[in-house]
Design a protein around this ligand. Structure first.
Ligand SMILES: [Zn+2]
Length: 156
């Protein structure tokens, strides 16, 4: 299970909507094993944003910086997030090919244009991906502050 706060999801929604129709990405920092709690987010530049709207490559400098900061502490990089503009929040074939680290949780945020013309995050789902089997399995996502996420379209 992945536990996040409504505020953290709102940050991801905002970044995903701002990047639309490109993908955005970032790191999930947290702790825990069976129940993984996200303590904070680190937004990262998507190095492929200008080349391919449907791909992302997290700036490795952010990854190094995070690993340096977290060394010796209780927190670690528990996963990362990226957006899927006009696509469901499920791992793409490319995502599966890039899943080098089976312990990482992939949070994917689906963004679509709403009737008023503005991009809106419609759903976010978490997964674990296994490159060797080419499969993914869902990770239940729990929002720690339930009341604050009503009307946002998150599964409850
Ligand atoms: Zn993807």
């Amino acid at each position: 299970m992945l536990v996040m706060t409504a505020a953290q999801l709102a940050v991801i929604a905002q970044a995903a909507e701002a990047a639309y129709p490109r993908e955005c990405c970032g790191l999930l920092i947290g702790s825990g094993q069976r129940v993984v709690r996200v303590s904070r987010l680190m937004e990262a530049a998507n190095l492929l944003a200008d080349q391919r709207p449907d791909r992302f490559e997290l700036d490795p400098r952010i990854r190094f910086q995070a690993e340096r900061e977290l060394r010796g502490g209780r927190e670690r990089i528990v996963g990362h997030w990226h957006s899927h503009p006009d696509a469901p929040p499920l791992p793409s074939t490319t995502d599966l090919e890039q899943a080098w680290e089976p312990e990482m949780i992939w949070l994917i945020a689906a963004v679509a244009r709403s009737p008023d013309g503005r991009p809106r995050m419609v759903e976010a789902l978490a997964h674990r991906l296994d490159r060797d089997t080419g499969r993914s399995r869902p990770v239940p996502l729990r929002i720690a502050e339930k009341s604050a996420c009503q009307g946002k379209g998150f599964p409850t």
